[in-house]
Design a protein around this ligand. Structure first.
Ligand SMILES: [Zn+2]
Length: 100
């Protein structure tokens, strides 16, 4: 499974890998990037070929919900949803659609 990159609501890039979410810590040389889990101290390094090496263990289970929300946000952006609709409202509706 390769890494996917998404954009959070505040415009920051996030790494999604095996259903764990990571926020960017720093960029390394040669196109690799250093990430830290949003919920634990686990870190990961991504390479320009989208391979990911995870260090340390997560102290929690993968969060499919977080991943779904991020994917919803990405899909909405692609569709060019009317920006005047509050994003929270859109996510809430889409989230209900998933769970029903
Ligand atoms: Zn973690």
């Amino acid at each position: 499974m390769s890494a996917t990159f998404v954009e959070s609501t505040d415009g920051k890039r996030q790494l999604c890998y095996l259903s764990y979410g990571y926020s960017l810590k720093r960029k390394n040389k040669k196109g690799s990037e250093y990430w830290i889990c949003v919920k634990s101290q686990a870190t990961a390094t991504s390479c320009s070929d989208l391979s990911v090496t995870v260090r340390d263990k997560h102290t929690h289970v993968p969060d499919e919900t977080d991943k779904q929300i991020l994917e919803i946000q990405q899909n909405l952006k692609r569709k060019g949803i009317d920006e005047s609709v509050p994003i929270d409202h859109i996510i809430e509706e889409a989230f209900h659609a998933i769970n029903n």
